[in-house]
Design a binder for this molecule. Structure first.
Ligand SMILES: [Zn+2]
Length: 437
């Protein structure tokens, strides 16, 4: 009896304590959307502005409502020295992160070794953004233009020592994690041109979707765990109309990426004009996938959505300037669609939108290595090009709007002589989590 009275008293006190907290602080955000241009540095954005508009600063996220900062990206054990970055010729070519360590930093707030996902430098299990958001009652969606199990989406949901363990990553993401929406490439039946996949080895063909047996369970109508969509019309329908609360697995008709692997491009020609070969129409745009994911997530108590423009990086590794610009435009269109959705149906007072990159790829520069690409007018690729085939340790841009931008600004307490105030990639994750403290 005595015990029961004590229990009631402590429950009442706990409720009072919570009430005090609630009145003292703003409620946490209902919606957090993090959009990552993989490999998208300052010059990738500038080049796209010049190509599309013939002028800088024209993207929807470059509007005055958005906070603009820079972000350091180095992995565990690394550093970014702002002076050296602008004075030592090859400083930024060294100590670079890969997408796995960068995604882990953005997801968990902890730096790790390259190649690792959701695990710290010593293999310790970290709380991913999916773990965190699920614990706080938010549904989680992950959308990308590259395989669903590639490093960036994977770093938000799984715990794996190697980013190359695609089959294990798929199983953890789809069969163990609470992620509600997953969309991207990795389709075993199609190549990157939408033709039948000629890859004979089954282990490789089905790697991105968890192996053949796992993939086949998603096609079974008796599988109530996931609703699988694949056709462009299915993506379009979801982008236009809210779905129920079912989990959506959207795998586009591409083995790896949606557009840059399509035919019509000679890898020896670095500066093919964008759209010289028409884009594929048998796969959804990133904007359609992003709106589809929002429609599949919005019926609950709020959500976290990560959207990746994944092939900006792939085009950088191939040094194909024109196809990189296409990919940034696809990413920018997705951002515009998300902004439009918040304006129409959401509320900037309880929504945080962050647009950033995991690292820069290719050291894109102006003519003769100049700091900025040079405007050649609307509809023309700017002058300049890539200086490496790898990643760089350069700062990357960040644009943010909505609830929590003040916290991001507070974390940006370091100063770069060219890019201005910057924060570390781990601090993006910390700033998001602070909104719940
Ligand atoms: Zn890369």
């Amino acid at each position: 009896m005595k015990f029961r009275v004590y229990g009631v008293v402590s429950a009442v006190m706990a409720l009072l304590g919570m009430a005090v907290c609630w009145t003292a602080q703003a409620a946490p955000p209902k919606v957090v959307i993090l959009m990552i241009g993989d490999g998208m540095g300052f010059n990738q954005v500038l080049a796209t502005d010049y190509y599309q508009h013939g002028a800088a600063g024209k993207q929807p996220y470059e509007a005055p409502e958005f906070v603009r900062l820079a972000v350091s990206t180095y992995p565990a054990g690394g550093a970014y020295d702002p002076k050296a970055a602008w004075s030592e010729p090859n400083y930024i070519n060294r100590g670079t992160t890969d997408s796995a360590a960068a995604a882990t930093a953005l997801s968990t707030g902890v730096k790790t070794k390259n190649g690792q996902l959701g695990l710290g430098p010593n293999g310790e299990r970290l709380e991913t953004m999916t773990d965190f958001m699920h614990a706080h009652g938010r549904a989680v969606g992950l959308v990308t233009t590259v395989p669903i199990t590639h490093a960036t989406p994977a770093g938000f949901a799984v715990h794996q020592m190697s980013r190359g363990n695609y089959t294990e990553i798929a199983k953890e993401m789809l069969l163990e994690s609470p992620v509600q929406v997953v969309m991207g490439g990795g389709h075993p039946d199609f190549d990157d041109d939408g033709k039948p996949n000629a890859e004979p080895d089954e282990a490789d063909r089905y790697q991105y979707v968890g192996g053949k047996a796992t993939w086949e369970t998603f096609g079974d109508p008796a599988n109530k765990a996931w609703k699988r969509i694949q056709e462009p019309a299915e993506f379009k329908a979801l982008a236009e109309k809210a779905s129920g609360s079912e989990r959506i697995l959207g795998v586009i008709r591409s083995y790896s990426t949606s557009q840059i692997g399509r035919a019509g491009h000679d890898d020896n020609v670095r500066d093919d004009a964008p759209y010289e070969t028409p884009r594929r129409t048998d796969v959804p745009t990133l904007a359609e996938m992003s709106l589809g994911a929002i429609n599949a997530l919005k019926s609950g108590d709020g959500f976290f959505l990560m959207v990746e423009g994944g092939a900006i990086d792939w085009a950088g590794h191939k040094q194909t300037f024109g196809r990189m610009v296409e990919e940034v435009i696809d990413f920018d269109d997705a951002i515009a669609a998300v902004i439009d959705w918040v304006n129409r149906e959401g509320n900037w007072d309880n929504t945080l939108l962050v647009i950033t990159a995991d690292h820069e790829t290719g050291r894109l520069s102006g003519p003769d290595g100049a700091r900025e690409v040079e405007n050649a007018g609307k509809g023309v690729l700017p002058k300049g090009g890539y200086l490496t085939k790898g990643h760089t340790n350069s700062l990357v841009p960040l644009f943010a709007r909505g609830q929590g931008t003040e916290i991001l600004k507070k974390y940006a307490d370091e100063q770069d002589p060219v890019r201005g105030p910057y924060l570390d990639n781990t601090e993006i994750s910390k700033a998001i989590r602070d909104l719940w403290n």
